[in-house]
Write a protein that binds this ligand. Structure first.
Ligand code: B12
Length: 210
């Protein structure tokens, strides 16, 4: 990892919100970090490295603090994403997580990457009830629904979402991702059309056939 990127990583690990936000903006402004490097090498890495051991009374609330710093930095990337966006490709995607799925940082990154790739992306986000997802599909009529599932137990809800949105809009293609989708046979269990794992997968995705 580049030294400046490592400094940013350490500031987040030390819960130094102010200095990490200032450094992130400076790096972006001076083109010393790309959005992809920031998201994958620094922000994601700083979250994946959190390990809570049994009885550790400091872990969960510190996880909340670090997640909030990461979210703040991600909000600051918006002007850079707007500047770097590819021309609009005429395709619409809704990015959403099932109800009770509060892990939404990955979904927000996915939204930003669809935007960079030229899609009109609508970020509905965490903890969205089934009826609301169907309603968003009804009104927006997207080409794709990008479903982000982290918690294994939410795969059952994901399957219901796939069934309901296909019933509402048969032409829709459901893209599924997130840590729960890495389990063997998860794609089949959820009946989604395509499993995408990384942010690069989104940039390479060309509306692949089902
Ligand atoms: C941050 C975090 C939280 C935060 C979330 C904050 C937020 N606003 O999102 C908070 C504190 C709320 C939280 C709560 C909980 N968490 Co938590 N959390 C994490 C942690 C540390 C990081 C997750 C994260 O954001 N990673 C960074 C993002 C960027 O990565 P990502 O989500 O994988 O997304 C990437 C890819 O997967 C992909 N992607 C994601 N979605 C999609 C979709 C598509 C279409 C595509 C193309 C790609 C894609 O793109 C992203 C960029 O590469 C993980 C630890 C870990 N090892 O992951 C635990 C972890 C996910 N949590 C866990 C658990 C158990 C919980 C809690 C139940 C208990 C708790 N710790 O309090 C609650 C449950 C809340 C709920 N009901 O959902 C477990 C899940 C285990 C499981 N059953 O599967 C983990 C793995 C920790 C562990 N080792 O036990 N958590």
């Amino acid at each position: 990892m580049k030294k400046t990127h490592e400094s940013l990583y350490n500031l987040i690990a030390n819960e130094n919100r102010d200095e990490s936000v200032v450094l992130a903006i400076n790096l972006l402004e001076n083109k010393e970090i790309t959005i992809k490097e920031l998201y994958e090498n620094v922000l994601s890495a700083s979250l994946y490295n959190i390990v809570c051991n049994d009885g550790d009374k400091e872990c969960i609330w510190r996880e909340h603090i670090r997640s909030a710093i990461v979210r703040t930095i991600m909000e600051c990337t918006t002007p850079y994403i707007i500047n770097e966006k590819k021309p609009n490709n005429g395709l619409k995607v809704i990015v959403v997580c099932p109800s009770e799925e509060y892990h939404e940082i990955g979904a927000k990154m996915v939204h930003d990457f669809f935007e960079l790739a030229g899609y009109q992306s609508i970020f509905v986000g965490a903890n969205t009830p089934l009826d609301e997802i169907v309603s968003s599909v009804h009104f927006v009529k997207p080409d794709y629904l990008a479903l982000s599932v982290t918690n294994y137990y939410n795969l059952v809800k994901a399957k219901r979402i796939v069934e309901a949105v296909k019933n509402e809009l048969p032409s829709i293609t459901v893209l599924a991702g997130g840590q729960a989708m890495n389990y063997e046979n998860a794609l089949k269990a959820v009946s989604a059309d395509i499993h995408l794992s990384t942010l690069d997968d989104i940039l390479k995705f060309k509306g692949d056939v089902k």
